[in-house]
Design a protein around this ligand. Structure first.
Ligand code: 13P
Length: 250
């Protein structure tokens, strides 16, 4: 089994360079002996600062988004070429805040996914249902559509650089975590969906993170589930006091 645990911090639109540097330095020290795969994704303006601190450590450098085009007249966007230039290794795409607050659809997300993979980035593709979709019994339909749409045209070889993050929208920033059983049911479905699209071998290898109010108190029970291979952490990733225990869950 080539699966491992992958714990990622999505810092969203928080912190100045100095604050990001301080957190990054603490994480470098505290996670030095950590056994899992780690990533932090600062705001664009703080990436270079954090890059200098985590370079050569066991913490990967992530970005929270990228433009769907390589370069050109795209005011306000940031390109994969620019991200590569400052050492970014991983790009989070399709986050629910991008989907819902900024109206990104599967077609746009797919364009970004393919571009990022073409340039050699690892992609964390976020999926997840709204509360009303869960209440309407549409969890699987929504997740399947987002997976198939996001990965349209992605080759089996490229899939090796894709991580799926299941983040039920109703659990993000609300303190309401999915129960390990509810999360596991969706994670298992995600793996089956990958099996249908790419075969059993690819499905057995893909890393599926859970995101949505992951805290030190619930990390271990979530990670104990067979198909949960890591966490994409928002609020609790902003303080070493809460991120380190998650990253070192036992
Ligand atoms: P919270 O951990 O704050 O719920 O955020 C989850 C998330 O959106 C990570 O991408």
């Amino acid at each position: 089994m080539s699966r491992y645990y992958y714990i990622a911090g999505n810092w969203k639109m928080h912190y100045t360079r100095a604050q990001s540097a301080e957190l990054a330095q603490t994480l470098v020290n505290e996670l030095r002996d950590g056994k899992h795969k780690y990533l932090v994704a600062p705001s664009f303006t703080n990436i270079e600062t954090v890059s200098a601190i985590i370079e050569g450590t066991n913490i990967r450098l992530g970005a929270q988004n990228c433009a769907p085009e390589e370069q050109g007249a795209h005011t306000g966007e940031v390109s994969v070429l620019q991200l590569k230039d400052i050492g970014v290794q991983t790009i989070i795409l399709g986050h629910s805040e991008r989907r819902h607050s900024y109206k990104e659809d599967d077609t746009l997300i797919n364009k970004k996914v393919k571009l990022a993979l073409k340039h050699g980035f690892e992609v964390i593709l976020c999926i997840g249902e709204l509360l009303e979709e869960r209440e309407a019994g549409k969890v699987e339909e929504v997740c399947k559509t987002q997976i198939a749409g996001g990965l349209e045209g992605v080759t089996a070889a490229e899939l090796g650089n894709v991580v799926i993050a299941y983040e039920p929208v109703w659990a993000i920033g609300t303190g309401k975590t999915a129960t390990p059983q509810d999360a596991e049911a969706v994670h298992s479905f995600v793996r089956q969906t990958i099996a249908q699209l790419y075969g059993e071998d690819a499905a057995s290898k893909i890393i599926i993170q859970y995101g949505g109010s992951v805290k030190p108190e619930n990390a271990a029970e979530l990670m104990a589930m067979e198909n949960i291979n890591g966490a994409l952490v928002g609020g609790a990733s902003l303080k070493a006091d809460t991120f380190v225990p998650i990253a070192k869950f036992a």
